[in-house]
Design a protein around this ligand. Structure first.
Ligand SMILES: [Zn+2]
Ligand SMILES: [Zn+2]
Length: 338
């Protein structure tokens, strides 16, 4: 089968790999579509994997073979599958830190979504695979995993209806975050440097939009919150400088929420401001199984629109190139059809 193999530090080659063999309780999936995630981009641009690997974990495919004992699915089913499974019992899992569970980090699909075929291990079959209903396209279905990451983030933010949220970065993650915040509903100010992304944010429910480099952001937020400022600033993009600016955007007792690695360099912040204003800094990374269920439900019930976030479809050969488009912000969600 054909697969796009990443070789550190910077190349992706389409190669012929053996089709994975499945065992009891496992499924062989023929990949229909796999989204390029921000973490795939980061892995390639920062050369994070130290050995060759097939990336890709936002995928939809058809079941072409089932192992002994598989009850949940049958040949011909169209599935979306997430790549990590928490153990549910360790210290991390019991504290709701499923994405920090050691088992979670070790589990994966074989070899990865940027390939023609994929082996789904038994515990993924049981816990992270969902049938994609006829009303949901491949493109929509594969958003189950990235949307579930956003669902967990918004859940952890503990916001109340009527709160004021600022979302930095209107890429595909930011645009999903806006829609989830509107389900609470909070008021949402969307920030980005591109006019067309701000337009899309408006169309998907953002109450207000401003350019991310506008000098008026702090005053705008104060004006719309009776001078209190925002309950939360969600960073899906931006750098250390934007993070520093956000101290002027967030209210006393509010939260700065990292949903992206804004910088691989240290960023100076005022501990005095954090302390005296009781500002919480929290991050969120991957989902728990319950967030996957919730994200799948939201997509099936069309509560979150994801089709407008897709800008490109490519074959395996153009995966490396598409990562450059995403880095240069010329593409939003790129979907690979192996
Ligand atoms: Zn992802
Ligand atoms: Zn665990």
């Amino acid at each position: 089968m054909r697969a796009a193999v990443y070789y550190p530090p910077d190349s992706i080659r389409v190669e012929d790999l053996p089709v994975p063999k499945i065992g009891d309780g496992e499924i062989l999936l023929k990949v229909r579509a796999c989204g390029v995630c921000g973490t795939d981009v980061l892995k390639v641009t920062r050369a994070l994997p130290k050995k060759p690997v097939v990336l890709g974990h936002e995928l939809v495919g058809d079941v072409v073979e089932v192992g002994q004992g598989v009850q949940k699915f049958k040949v011909g089913d169209r599935l979306v599958v997430a790549h990590h499974v928490p153990c549910g019992q360790c210290h991390y899992c019991r504290h709701g830190n499923h994405s920090m569970c050691r088992h979670f980090k070790e589990t994966n699909l074989d070899p990865g979504g940027f390939a023609e075929y994929l082996r789904i291990p038994a515990e993924h079959v049981e816990q992270t695979a969902f049938r994609v209903p006829a009303g949901l396209s491949d493109d929509e279905g594969l958003f189950t995993e990235p949307l579930s990451c956003c669902v967990r983030n918004v859940r952890r933010a503990r916001l109340m209806p009527g709160d004021f949220a600022v979302v930095v970065g209107m890429g595909s993650i930011g645009l999903m975050m806006v829609q989830l915040l509107k389900l609470i509903p909070t008021q949402v100010l969307a920030l980005d440097l591109f006019e067309e992304r701000l337009e899309l944010a408006k169309r998907l429910g953002a109450d207000f939009t401003l350019r991310g480099d506008s000098p008026d952001i702090a005053a705008f937020i104060a004006e719309h919150t009776e001078g209190r400022r925002a309950d939360i600033v969600v960073f899906t993009a931006g750098g250390g400088r934007v993070f520093q600016s956000a101290f002027a955007w967030v209210r006393d007792g509010g939260a700065l929420n990292l949903f992206a690695s804004l910088s691989d360099k240290p960023v100076e912040v005022s501990l005095d401001a954090l302390y005296h204003h009781e500002i919480t800094v929290f991050s969120s990374y991957s989902p728990s199984p319950e967030d996957l269920v919730e994200a799948h439900r939201l997509l099936c019930e069309k509560k979150v629109q994801v089709a407008p976030l897709v800008t490109h479809h490519v074959g395996l050969e153009r995966l490396r190139e598409s990562i450059d488009w995403i880095t240069a912000q010329q593409a939003m969600k790129v979907i690979v059809n192996p």
